[in-house]
Design a protein around this ligand. Structure first.
Ligand SMILES: Cc1cc2nc3c(=O)[nH]c(=O)nc-3n(C[C@H](O)[C@H](O)[C@H](O)COP(=O)(O)OP(=O)(O)OC[C@H]3O[C@@H](n4cnc5c(N)ncnc54)[C@H](O)[C@@H]3O)c2cc1C
Length: 424
């Protein structure tokens, strides 16, 4: 098995963005901190509407969750619509659900419009039932999504086997709106398009201090300062401390992936021949998909760089054999890991962190569609000074108690599960 920091998306990314570090001072309409889906889509939206925008990223564009994820472009959140409405109330819930139902269309439209080379496949996703209880869960999700007119289909075990190539599932929920991408390429493609539209993107430019200046904001970096009338903090689970601003509160959950060598011929042709991306209903969730070269990428909750790293790696090889017994032993070419920003209620947050300033975070494992939607709409709301354009009403404060303990509890559960059984 390969080392733990070999990210498939880094090795297959075809999008290039210049994003030179900030050198000197700059005055813009919108200052953005964080170069993931949220920040890059905000920069693209701002520049496309004629506003001046500057994005500061502490490392390379896509360094955070956006460059490490599975690449499942889902409609909605992990929580089903009725649960969202229970937490937010009917009107606010349907506002958020409505925006996120359209999120895959927003993502695939941006990919087409800007010619982003990110292995985009808009052929749906399969939420696979790992047990009878899991099937009841997806049947309820099917009922809720179908009532909203979503193009979903509940598949039985036989059709699920035909679509996935695996005999282990009790059924699946197919969502035709969804699909898969190379997430790092998508993120860098958004950044490249934002630069082409006139935005200034600065990689290797950490924001180290944020303060009010006049009726706007000043973001200090080692190479200069950016002043702006509006500010977006888009640092999510990868936030690095900035003087003058509180850290967004989330529960970090690690998720890792391994990718096989490219698979061609034999049984591998039966694995996801329709091009869907998959995840399952297990408590310790796992996911699998193919990439453009035919690799199988398998992921699950777990920290490859932690004490349980070897347990997770061993589990991944057993899981591939269990899912696809006819495949035989296959070589693993890549293994990598990332941090998901969970919130206690599994809902994303928009915080008003001052006049004309928002922080967006806490997508709880669903950030491609939601991050693109939140970044785009928050840029619009800030530039037009119209909070009604936001996908969600902003809060003033968000706290997560015992986040370190909760994170450790989830990791311990994942290690124990992966040590004793194949499925969570
Ligand atoms: C392993 C994994 C699998 C996932 N799978 C999926 C999936 O299949 N589908 C899906 O929809 N979502 C998935 N997600 C969630 C999704 O990746 C995230 O929700 C999304 O990337 C968040 O985007 P973002 O732009 O808000 O934050 P990020 O992409 O994390 O970007 C934040 C950026 O801010 C930068 N930053 C931090 N502090 C500073 C500072 N002080 N100054 C300057 N820059 C700073 C960081 O370096 C980072 O690049 C997954 C996440 C992980 C980790």
């Amino acid at each position: 098995m390969t080392k733990t920091d070999s990210n498939l998306w880094q090795s297959s990314c075809e999008e290039v963005v210049s994003a030179l570090p900030l050198d000197g001072d700059l005055k813009v309409d919108l200052a953005i901190v964080g170069g993931g889906f949220t920040g890059c889509s905000a920069a693209l939206e701002a520049a496309s509407s004629g506003a001046k925008a500057c994005l500061m990223e502490a490392h390379e564009i896509g360094h955070g969750g956006s460059g490490r994820n599975v690449g499942l472009v889902n409609a909605g959140l992990w929580l089903p619509p009725e649960s969202i409405a229970e937490i937010l109330g009917a009107a606010e819930g349907s506002r958020l659900t409505g925006h996120l139902a359209n999120a895959p269309k927003r993502v695939f439209d941006l990919i087409r419009r800007h010619g982003i080379a990110c292995e985009a496949v808009n052929k749906g996703t399969l939420h696979c039932a790992h047990s009878e209880v899991g099937f009841e869960d997806i049947a309820d999700r099917f009922r809720q999504q179908a009532a909203l007119g979503a193009p979903v289909k509940l598949l039985d075990a036989a059709e699920t086997q035909q679509r996935t190539g695996s005999p282990v599932f009790h059924g699946a929920l197919f969502d035709g709106r969804a699909g898969t991408i190379n997430p790092l390429s998508y993120c860098r493609g958004l950044a490249r398009a934002a630069e082409a539209a006139g935005a200034r993107l600065c990689a290797n430019t950490p924001a180290i201090g944020i303060s009010r200046t006049g009726d706007g904001w000043k973001v200090a970096t080692p190479g200069g300062a950016v002043t702006a009338r509006a500010l977006l903090l888009a640092t999510n689970a990868y936030h690095e401390p900035v003087e003058g601003i509180s850290t967004p509160q989330t529960v970090p959950v690690h998720y890792f992936q391994v990718a096989t060598v490219p698979l061609k011929g034999g049984h591998s042709d039966c694995i996801l021949p329709g091009g869907e991306g998959c995840w399952d209903t297990a408590l310790v969730m796992s996911s699998f998909r193919r990439d453009a070269a035919g690799r199988l990428a398998l992921g699950a909750v777990g920290n490859l760089g932690g004490v349980g790293g070897s347990v997770h790696r061993g589990w991944a090889q057993r899981m591939i054999r269990w899912l696809f017994p006819a495949l035989g032993d296959v070589g693993i070419e890549h293994a990598w890991c990332g941090r998901i920003a969970m919130t206690g209620d599994h809902l994303p947050k928009i915080l008003a962190i001052g006049p004309n300033a928002y922080a967006c975070f806490g997508y709880s494992g669903r950030g491609i569609g939601p991050g693109t939607t939140f970044g785009t709409l928050t840029a619009q709301a800030l530039l037009k000074d119209d909070p009604s354009l936001l996908p969600l009403s902003p809060g003033e404060h968000h706290g997560e108690s015992f986040s370190g303990l909760r994170s450790a509890y989830i990791e311990t559960g994942a290690v124990l599960t992966h040590a004793v059984k194949v499925r969570g």
